[in-house]
Design a protein around this ligand. Structure first.
Ligand code: 3PG
Length: 311
């Protein structure tokens, strides 16, 4: 009977699906790399979200592992190259948390434009900051979406009705252009200089370097906002902090960090930055869907060799 380790907290539907399929399953979360290395030889499958770092050391110790499933989209916490060398399949659950992530990006946009966290915090304290809070409207503004995969596309759909112009910078959009007549495919330089809100929905670069540098901020509108609900290393936090402090841009909202969990970060306490702890995909709905998808995919692979959503 195959055996699977679930090493990150996720909806218990995953466990139930494995049990229904007569696959042995252990749920052991919060383990260190050393602890995983000790137990991983027992398992044929492993299921993670983003907390477990599936390192080269873990994969090399995983003598019986056939598949690693990511209940989510990003696989940057998994050493995919080493997994491939060891003939271990890596799969994710694309689409499973797309709507959740796009909705959170939209919530961040609204929060930063209307200063909702500051308004909430001060009102709770009995300070009536009405005259100090002036928001910005979305209507007639330009939204720049960097990366036009599932989440970027969904965000472009969510803002329909807000009367916005949408600019997109994407490697793959030109081949799909006819499906998106209302968005304009532009260079990164054009997007950053013309957009009022720039929202990142792309993968990290292969070399891990940030997409946006100090020079870019100088070309942006001083009234512009940056939203990052993609990956922490896409926007260098120190450069972003400087850009906010030097008034090169108006504000930022960030859900992802270069180091997670973020216990300390240069952006902490910057009043122009709204921060959330990588919760874009954390909805009741998405957590069920990704757990269900990953458990079904891994079961199918372990029981019948069927491969779905391999990366
Ligand atoms: C993803 O890559 O799917 C998202 O960033 C969500 O990550 P999480 O599963 O850790 O919430």
């Amino acid at each position: 009977m195959p055996k699977v380790l679930i090493s990150d907290a996720m909806n218990n539907i995953a466990q139930k699906i494995f049990e229904k399929n007569n696959i042995n399953v252990d749920v052991k979360t919060g383990l260190s790399e050393e602890e995983i290395i000790k137990i991983i030889p027992e398992y044929n499958g492993m299921v993670v979200r983003s907390a477990t770092k599936v390192t080269k050391n873990i994969i090399e110790a995983a003598k019986n592992l056939k598949v690693i499933g990511r209940a989510g989209a990003g696989v940057d916490n998994i050493d995919v190259v080493t997994a491939k060398e060891k003939n271990i399949i890596v799969m994710n659950t694309p689409g499973g948390n797309t709507n959740a992530t796009a909705e959170h990006a939209f919530a961040l946009i609204m929060s930063v434009l209307r200063k909702t966290p500051f308004a909430n915090e001060t009102t709770h304290k009995g300070q009536w900051e009405k005259k100090n809070i002036k928001g910005t409207e979305l209507s007639k503004k330009t939204l720049g979406i960097v990366g036009f995969g599932n989440v970027g596309v969904r965000l472009s759909h969510l803002v329909k009705g807000f009367d916005m112009k949408i600019l997109v910078n994407s490697k793959s959009l030109s081949s799909r252009k006819k499906d998106f007549p209302n968005v304009n495919d532009v260079s990164f330089e054009e997007l950053i200089s013309k957009s009022d809100i720039i929202s990142f929905h792309c993968k990290s670069t292969a070399d891990g370097k940030p997409l946006i540098t100090k020079e870019h901020y100088k070309k942006m509108k001083p009234t512009a906002y940056i939203i990052n609900a993609a990956r922490g290393n896409i926007v260098d936090e120190s450069d972003l902090n400087d850009a906010l402090n030097e008034n090169l841009i108006a504000g930022a909202a960030v859900d992802v960090f270069s180091k997670e969990p973020a216990k300390e970060n240069i952006l902490f306490n910057n009043p122009k930055a709204i921060l959330t702890p990588h919760i874009a995909a954390s909805t009741s709905e998405a957590s069920i869907v990704v757990a269900e998808m990953v458990a079904n995919q891994i079961s199918d692979f372990l029981l019948s060799g069927k491969k779905l959503n391999t990366v």
